[in-house]
Design a protein around this ligand. Sequence first.
Ligand code: RIB
Ligand code: CA
Length: 305
Amino acid sequence: MLIDCDPGLDDAIAILTAAHLADLVGITTVNGNVGIDHTTHNALAVIETAGLDIPVHRGASRPMISPTIDASHVHGPTGLGSVDIPEVSGSPASHDAVGFILDMSRSIAGLHLVAVGPLTNIALALQADPDLPARLAGITIMGGAAVGGNVTPVAEFNIWADPEAAAIVFRDAPGLTMVGLDVTHKILLGASERDRLREAAFPAAVLAADLLDYAVERSGEMRGWSGAPIHDASAVVAAVRPELFDGEFRHVDVELHGTLTRGMTVVDQRGSADSTTDAATRVLTDADAPIVIDTIVDSVLALRP
Ligand code: RIB
Ligand code: CA
């Protein structure tokens, strides 16, 4: 697995989850929740805290067309909530995330690309080499929604942050799996999950507990929820344990011009697309939430040194 991310509270938990559930060959970072300096630093901080030897490659510092945005009101000014981020000793293996993604797709059979931030790096990789999807075992993205949104009434952050990139990915990456808000809003981690992590008392588990504390507090403030949707780790679980999720093959496109709807994933619900058609995306619609939640927590706990 290769994760493209914008850490980010839930991205950080996704990295830890993937480190246990998959053979995580590398991490690429993108501007998103916070700026590229922070998302790259945060990715390095997460793997160092967990004692993982996984390369981090820095990627796009801005969207393809949209102005640079952030979600620091959700993830905190640094992107990792109010966590006292440890000093990072390492540095990015390169500033060429696209080159790393393409290189890994050529050298590793069965590689699954999981993108949990704005899709800028993935779109640039597809423009550089349209044959990328054919070399991958799959592409799973956390993004979009068949119904609803979180940044606007109809747009989810990862798509809204770089809709031109998302439109390219949905058009040019056949066999995409879309893990949207329809599913991730059911994967809520709360106090009991936080307590399990904190009681484990090793650095990666304590980091995850601290991130979860901040996410739960913000979710409570913003939505009155008792738990926080850990969107990105849900996408990691969906890539490794697809049997825990339900989905339908649908044609999906991204609105680029609507005043009210820019960044919306327009999911064609008029009958299901044929899974063999190029444009078909597997849109996840439901999950066995308790098992997905336990899989995320158990994966982090499995990283005990
Ligand atoms: O809408 C949720 C997505 O936006 C997640 O990937 C979160 O990390 C933010 O990037
Ligand atoms: Ca993210």
